[in-house]
Design a protein around this ligand. Sequence first.
Ligand SMILES: Nc1nc2c(c(=O)[nH]1)N(C=O)[C@@H](CNc1ccc(C(=O)N[C@@H](CCC(=O)O)C(=O)O)cc1)CN2
Ligand SMILES: Nc1nc2c(ncn2[C@@H]2O[C@H](COP(=O)(O)OP(=O)(O)OP(=O)(O)O)[C@@H](O)[C@H]2O)c(=O)[nH]1
Ligand SMILES: [Mg+2]
Length: 459
Amino acid sequence: MYDTLDTIAAIATPLGESGIGVIRISGKNAYEVGDKIFSSKSTVPLAKRRDRSIQYGIISDEAGHPVDEVLLLIMKGPHSYTAEDVLEIQCHGGRQSLEEIMRLVLRSGARLAYPGEFTQRAFVNGRIDLAQAEAVMDVIQAKSSQGLTSAVNQLEGRLSRVVSTMRKSLTDFMTRLEVMIDYPEEDLEDITIPDIAGSIRNIEGQLENMLHASKSGKIIRDGIMTAIAGTPNAGKSSLLNRLLEEDRAIVTEVPGTTRDIIEEWITIQGVPVCLVDTAGIRDTDDTVEKIGVSRARKYMDKADIVLIVIDQSRPLSMEDQNILRTAGGKHAIIVLNKSDLPCKVLKTDLASYGYDILSVSAAAGKGIESLKEAILSVVLQNGMTEGQSALLTNTRHIDLVRQTRNNLDRALHTIEMGMPIDCAIVDIRAAWETLGEVTGDTVHDDIVEEIFSRFCLGK
Ligand SMILES: Nc1nc2c(c(=O)[nH]1)N(C=O)[C@@H](CNc1ccc(C(=O)N[C@@H](CCC(=O)O)C(=O)O)cc1)CN2
Ligand SMILES: Nc1nc2c(ncn2[C@@H]2O[C@H](COP(=O)(O)OP(=O)(O)OP(=O)(O)O)[C@@H](O)[C@H]2O)c(=O)[nH]1
Ligand SMILES: [Mg+2]
């Protein structure tokens, strides 16, 4: 881990033009750093000024030249974001101002923070646990209103509380089982064993429910990647534009118009959906188009759903059929486009692929709402899970909960087979430890480092 005694600093807002820009400084020298570069009507050192107060003044360089007019926010540890002394400089939101002040701060005793280091300190200092820290990035990266809600719930500790309650029960089971081992003559077994088995089954059920809902949880957080694929001229780019309600991609009657991948986000009923328009798939000698086609195939593979667009005003071609075959095993929807023209495609030729079939007209905007619903229902077969106590959205958490469930399953098996109690305790302890990795109570330092390294600078 990086030196936690250092005072760290970073620009917390984007380097563009904006109303205000923020530089955050955290650590035991935060106010000393501030005193070196800040002057105001009052001459009281910043450390002696009131906690949570805002100070007006000027930042000047070593030669006394003014750099910017600013407000300083004083948040004394432990009641701050990092639980350390924090000083925030709110300057004008221009690149030059932010960068010059930042250089001054670094020359005055702070070092540049690593990505995620502020939040890592909040975790190390015990203000938040690991699941809460991970939620911070989810809040920043939220792509829909539901995604934001679930991230803020996790930030606020909803998942952590569920996990802690379960871990307390597991500790309790272990203690009671140990008592049984220590006092075998007491004849406790007949009461304790069925009672504990029932409670384990109950926790297992809760974990099972969480895993069941995690499919939608992951989608709410990461979105549904939807590839729009098909032969040239089927109307893929027209469909993208129609779904976006914007003229984003070039549409022409020339087959092979789209060469590169075009990615755009929409939300359908609060769920983020990433639409990927691709080059029409065909055999071609054109160097550029060839690359486009191979990218199209790659995205078909990567996507959660493939919309296979077919021009229904022409008979089904060999190329169409090839694409239908390559989508095998994926979530796919057959989109029969150009429904404003007479239909030349036999639906019976499509039935054998087993995909949902929808007719749309990208040009006329017909059938688009049903297509949006179909996209959601293909992925969310279990429906959205509103009111879920704690939604799992993060692959790391999902894996850990799955392992915990398996550990408990083994413990139950051991108990039910009448095997030695020690064996069951081993599995319950394993479950307790795995669950603790969610909140970071029992987690390796390298995993913690890896998690925070994915954060953005200044967070
Ligand atoms: N200017 C500014 N805005 C910001 C942040 C920030 O660091 N600075 N945040 C961060 O990125 C978020 C807010 N998160 C925060 C979380 C905890 C504390 C904090 O001081 N907690 C103390 C005191 C709580 C209280 O007063 O009730 C604590 O938990 O002990 C501050 C900000 C969003 N807005
Ligand atoms: N009549 C009719 N024409 C359409 C419809 N959708 C698209 N077209 C026309 O079909 C042609 C091809 O449309 P594009 O959206 O460029 O097709 P594409 O699948 O992206 O083609 P490539 O990028 O070349 O693979 C254009 O002339 C569109 O105007 C539709 O619903 N009805
Ligand atoms: Mg196109």
